[in-house]
Write a protein that binds this ligand. Structure first.
Ligand code: ZN
Length: 165
């Protein structure tokens, strides 16, 4: 079974690995400790000590804190219980007119703001963009990531989720 060093995983996550190598690692999905190495890299990167349970996106994690399992920004900002939609606790920039869309599409054709808007969900503390949704105006805010943490740990990782508290 192939195993990759923490440095390689770090490069992979930073997007600095050449594509063929990236693809090889991605296809070595059975690498059991890949997840733990990735987690160790992320834990290294954040300034706080709460254990990261699961990365949600590049700068957003589910972490085990004294106040329970919360969605937490790399900067330390907490969005509340991980089962709740963190986007509702985020700062939102809605790009729903030509001027605001032009900032994203400086040289290409603009989407018609009658039909599509971009919603940027930002951390209210550090301002990093955690997610961007492109959707029809008025479309409800999505919460596509509702992980079954217990199941993921037990079935996929073969380890129980660290106890809460
Ligand atoms: Zn932040």
């Amino acid at each position: 079974m192939t195993s990759y060093s923490q440095e390689t995983i770090r490069d992979l996550m930073a997007g600095t690995l050449p594509w063929p190598q990236t693809r090889r690692i991605m296809s070595a999905y059975k690498d059991e400790d890949r997840f733990w190495k990735a987690l160790a890299v992320l834990q290294d990167r954040v300034a706080w000590a709460d254990p990261i349970l699961l990365p949600i996106s590049e700068h957003l994690f589910i972490a085990q804190t004294a106040g329970g399992r919360v969605t937490k920004c790399e900067c330390g900002h907490e969005f509340g219980d991980y089962r709740q939609n963190w986007k509702l606790a985020a700062a939102v920039l809605v790009r729903d007119n030509d001027a605001l869309l032009r900032e994203i599409y400086p040289t290409s054709d603009l989407p018609d703001p009658e039909w599509m808007e971009l919603r940027e969900f930002l951390c209210p503390s550090c301002g990093v963009i955690h997610e961007v949704e492109a959707c029809a105006p008025g479309y409800p805010v999505l919460h596509e990531f509702q992980p079954d943490l217990e199941g993921f740990y037990a079935d996929w990782l073969g380890r129980p989720l660290p106890a809460e508290g």
